[in-house]
Write a protein that binds this ligand. Structure first.
Ligand code: BEZ
Ligand code: FE
Length: 285
């Protein structure tokens, strides 16, 4: 009986795969055929019931319905289940010494304001200031003038400005800095904090069902670009805060972990300092 239904199941898989052989775009055909093979194998392996399949459909429907202009629940699903980090690791081939990439995340909003070196992007945040300065370099050590660093992070209560329209200024904790003629940049901000990814939607329900926490290791996002060099989407992780070993989206790479040093500002107040160079790979490598 089981053998007969296994045979029927295989026939369905084979029929679908045959139907996909005419896919016009060869790469799309390869992806779809592999996806169908793995999806069908998964259903066979767990002996998926109709009720479970329907629960899955309802879950994916809810994920789609939770998406808005400012919320991407599908990216969150991918991130929290390691797919985004897997794709990053599979596709990044940065040579040793280059700044490694990590996940983009769902809170990147293009069009951050251009900020002068030394300008604070903490438009509204009571936490102690943190200065991050350094250079953008090419792999061979050449300083890169005119490179841009598009930066965004949560405020010290753990929310991105885009998550709190009205409560935070739209441009809080985000900005685009440009290196000077010596390749130097200096951004003023606050130390990043650990924060929970949004758990008020279907992905949150899933995390709870899985018995998992939703915390991300404390980080600042950066997209570093310079004409003639590969753009890198990366993070700076704070090595003295939590969840480095259990980041909810599997995004921590040891090479991206840094230490903020407590220092004293000119007026005697407490602040933090971090010296950090970004290293870009030429396009032709
Ligand atoms: C973030 O770092 O902004 C992020 C990444 C993945 C999921 C949620 C948030
Ligand atoms: Fe983040």
């Amino acid at each position: 009986m089981a053998a007969a239904s296994d045979h029927e199941a295989q026939q369905i898989t084979d029929a679908v795969l045959r139907n996909l052989t005419g896919t016009g775009d060869a790469r799309l055909g390869e992806i779809l055929q592999s996806l169908v093979r793995h999806l069908h194998a998964f259903a066979r392996e767990v002996r998926l019931t109709e009720a479970e399949w329907m629960a899955g459909i309802e879950f994916l429907t809810a994920v789609g319905q939770a998406c808005t202009d400012t919320r991407q629940e599908f990216i969150l699903l991918s991130d929290t289940h390691g797919l985004s980090s897997l794709v990053d690791v599979l596709t990044q081939d940065a040579p040793a010494g280059a700044t490694q990439s990590t996940v983009l995340g769902p809170f990147y909003v293009p069009g951050s304001p251009a900020r002068a070196n030394g300008e604070s992007m903490a438009v509204h945040d009571p936490a102690a200031p943190a200065v991050i300065r350094g250079r953008v370099l090419a792999l061979d050590g050449t300083a890169l003038a005119g490179a841009t660093i598009d930066v965004w992070q949560t405020d010290s209560s753990g929310f991105y400005a885009v998550q709190q329209p009205g409560a935070q200024p739209e441009d809080n904790l985000r900005g685009v800095y440009t290196t000077d003629t010596d390749g130097r940049y200096e951004l003023l901000t606050v130390r990043p904090v650990e924060y929970a990814v949004p758990t008020d939607g279907p992905v949150g329900d899933l995390l709870r069902a899985e018995g998992r926490h939703a915390w991300r290791a404390a980080h600042i996002h950066a997209i570093v670009s310079c004409p003639g060099y590969r753009r890198v989407v990366t993070h700076l992780f704070d090595g003295d805060r939590g969840y480095l070993d259990s980041d909810a989206v599997f995004g921590v790479k040891p090479s991206l972990v840094r230490t903020f040093t407590p220092t004293t500002a000119a007026d005697g107040s407490a602040m933090f300092t971090l010296e950090h160079d970004f290293v870009l790979v030429p396009d032709h490598l």
